[in-house]
Design a protein around this ligand. Sequence first.
Ligand SMILES: [Zn+2]
Length: 77
Amino acid sequence: MGNERQIIYDLIEQLGGFENSTVVLKDLIKFLNTDQITEFVEYFTENHDITIPGYEEYELCMDCQDTYEINEAHTCK
Ligand SMILES: [Zn+2]
């Protein structure tokens, strides 16, 4: 398989580069299915160490019964 992905970069280039690529992003979001979107956002947030407010994942500590954010270190009180 060649570098067929290059076509999207060429498209963006044609639209004036990444500064003007919001239109591509918007259509890409419409085009992708829900699973792909979810997978991508999970990949992105992990890769960039971002937590989206409202989407934090909580874990229940079995020792102190306290909940803590999954990305944060937990010490029992
Ligand atoms: Zn605990």
